[in-house]
Design a protein around this ligand. Structure first.
Ligand code: GDP
Ligand code: MG
Length: 437
């Protein structure tokens, strides 16, 4: 989807002033791109209509940069479609118990996401309890126990012979007696929407006070995800949605449609199998990502939570001046290592998504890269231009790698510099929102 839209907008950008016909033609392409991305047909139609209404007319025609105006409108409408604001899971005060129930089909990611949320809540100072209400698959209890242990969060289970309602009731008692203040019910899914499952969930909702019912759905199922969300929302009252597997390649279809169809906010997005891979959902950032502008803000957030601010600023200066050397590369690789991998990081840079195929950067290369850089003299690291063919040979020998690996690294440094310049060039947009000024 991003590639397609990028092309559409590239055309718009190069045109300068737009005619009414141009706007219409571009929106037709936007429509095709959205449909291809598996966005719900009704949602697309509605979307195109509202954009057309705003784009075709005085505003655009009188604007100095009509192309930008259309991008702005498409972007704003996408944000509106996805709910405009970031929404958190609503929790009661710490001295009051909050009960969260996870709902969704089998394999959607309920168990994994329960543990991810528990970790987030724990980090915020809450005392969560994970509860195994999936009594159909014995392995499910074990899975929750393993994940709970990884997060350092207690898991409550009663084996697989109990009724989920009884388990939930007992878990609440257990939480109260043990000074725990958030109960997360990991329920059982089915492969398809079915009556027994819905009844089971409805029974829990009837028997205990569920504060938040969170619907978990696999984003990679695209259009299906929207239909499933619709039936869950009709049969049990949902409070929010979590889209999992957004690290897969469908980067928009489901997010764009689900909010519109259910009217329920997307709370988080799952970005991988690791328990740290759960990110806040930002409609504006998601819109930018879909529009192929890269998710700069998420990237900056991610970086800021790990890199000490001063270092980041220094790095930013270097990027702007393009004096980025091997020492910096080594340092940032180490930081990136703690941030979920380099491919993940790079894919968030504007326009890099599509280029990433051509850059071979994978986490397992870290140690070899490290060896190569450590075989360089400090001067060579600071000033990569110094490295002529004979120095390259020496470095390769010192690191015990093939000469081609040193060349590959040089190319990677160049490519990173290039990307980072692009990143630097996009910073004013982020600055406008008060970051990285
Ligand atoms: P459940 O049946 O709804 O409880 O689903 P699980 O939590 O067991 O997840 C099913 C599979 O999806 C597991 O292999 C998870 O590791 C995987 N999974 C869950 N969330 C994500 C995600 O955000 N990204 C990726 N790549 N995999 C995920
Ligand atoms: Mg499960």
């Amino acid at each position: 989807l991003s590639d397609k839209l990028q092309n559409v907008f590239k055309n718009l950008r190069s045109k300068g002033r737009l005619t009414e016909a141009d706007v219409k033609a571009s929106l037709k392409e936007v429509k095709m791109a959205l449909l291809e991305a598996d966005v719900n047909f009704k949602v697309v139609k509605q979307f195109i209509n509202s954009v057309t209404e705003r784009a075709v007319g005085q505003d655009v025609m009188n604007s100095l940069t009509p192309g930008q105006m259309v991008i702005k409108i498409v972007n704003e409408e996408m944000v509106a479609l996805m709910g405009s604001e970031t929404t958190e899971i609503k929790l009661n005060n710490s001295n009051e118990l909050t009960v969260i129930m996870m709902a969704g089909l089998q394999g959607a990611g309920k168990t994994t996401t329960s543990a991810k949320i528990a970790g987030k809540l724990k980090a915020k100072g809450r005392k969560p309890l994970l509860v195994a209400c999936d009594v159909y698959r014995p392995a499910a209890i074990k899975q929750l126990q393993v994940n709970g242990e990884k997060q350092g969060v207690p898991v409550f289970s009663m084996g697989d012979h109990q009724n989920p309602v009884d388990i939930a009731k007992a878990a609440i008692e257990h939480a109260k007696n043990n000074d725990l203040n958030v109960v997360i019910l990991d329920t059982a899914g089915r492969l398809h929407v079915d009556e027994t499952m819905m009844e089971e969930l409805a029974n829990i909702q009837k028997a205990i006070k569920v504060d938040q019912t969170i619907f978990v759905v696999d984003a990679m199922t695209g259009q299906d995800a929207v239909n499933v969300a619709k039936s869950f929302n009709e049969q049990i009252e949902l409070d929010g949605v979590i889209l999992t597997k957004m690290d897969g390649d469908t980067r928009g279809g489901a997010a764009l449609s689900i909010r519109a169809v259910t009217g329920k906010p997307i709370l988080y997005v799952g970005m991988g199998e690791k328990l740290s891979d759960l990110e806040q959902f930002y409609p504006d950032r998601m819109a930018s990502r879909i529009l192929g502008m890269g998710d700069i803000l998420t990237l900056i957030d991610k970086a800021q939570s790990q890199i000490d601010e001063d270092k980041a600023r220094e790095l930013n200066q270097k990027i702007k001046k393009a004096t980025f050397g091997y020492d910096d590369l080594l340092e940032s690789l180490n930081q990136v290592k703690n941030m979920g991998g380099i491919a993940d990081m790079l894919s968030m840079l504007p326009g890099v998504g599509s280029q990433l195929k051509n850059v071979e950067v994978d986490d397992s290369q870290f140690s070899r890269i490290e060896a190569i850089i450590l075989s360089m003299t400090p001067q060579e690291r600071a000033n990569p231009d110094l490295i002529n063919p004979s120095r390259k040979k020496r470095i390769a020998q010192g690191a015990g790698v093939d000469l081609s690996e040193v060349n590959k690294l040089a190319k990677m440094l160049e490519q990173m510099k290039k990307m980072m310049k692009q990143f630097g060039g996009s910073l004013p947009k982020a600055g406008k929102r008060g970051k990285f000024k």
